[in-house]
Design a protein around this ligand. Sequence first.
Ligand code: COA
Length: 258
Amino acid sequence: MDFVKLEVKGGIAIVTLDRQAKLNALNGMVLNELEETFQELQGNDEVRVIIVTGAGEKSFVAGADIGQFPSMSPEDAHAFAKRGQTVFSLIESSTKPVLAAINGFALGGGCELALSCHLRFASENALFGQPEVKLGVIAGYGGTQRLPRLIGRGRALDLLLSGRMIKADEALQMGLVNGVFPQIELLSKVEEYAEMLMTQGPQAQALTIRAVYRGVETTLSKGLEEEAAAFRDVFETEDRIEGATAFLERRPAKFKNR
Ligand code: COA
């Protein structure tokens, strides 16, 4: 692959977007490679947690590739938005936790890529924004939908209508990111977090992701039904027996992802 690098070590997959000459901006090829990578990771039993990051110290992803905009018709624009949405929804639907390690600019499609991950961690120099309005367009890779769901409508509209950039500390305050680390430590801290996640029940995590994402799309009563169904499903796993047994035997659980 030319623009998406994959490294798998000890159960953790690190997916690095690497198009540094354009600050890792997303073009069609990057999206294709991202899609292929996530399809492969979903079927790879060795992988338990996925980290998405950008190459270099300056940028996570500086957005969709603006170079394509001038020649796009409204129909092209619709297909363009749908394509990005499809790839980002694939990432969000991962049953393995996906962590964004945001190492610099997370603008437009870059912020939306981070939003499609389950958790977000940023370096102190990271900058976030949905600057599409500055170009006379709108967010099209899920920003108008995932941002308000994550940080609330008022805060989301502030970012989406002003196009202003915010620093990592403000992103943390808004709940846009889960943690902020010095640039040099970002990846190792996110890997540490991933390792901690790997000590927990994988099937339980997958079912938790499913219940949370289905739940926010529906009413409380239907969400509670989703939760009860997931609670039933988790009792079909071997790991739940190991979890309870390990607790009673006062030892760490050894989950088998079964
Ligand atoms: N699409 C295409 N190319 C992009 C890009 C994008 N979203 N973001 C950056 N680039 C390219 C620049 O055109 C430049 O290419 P060039 O060297 O061939 O001219 C290269 O990446 C470096 O960017 P540059 O603007 O020179 O870096 P900077 O440090 O001065 O500014 C940003 C960095 C991120 C503030 C600026 O590049 C920017 O505003 N990018 C667009 C962000 C945006 O609006 N994203 C949402 C798109 S919908």
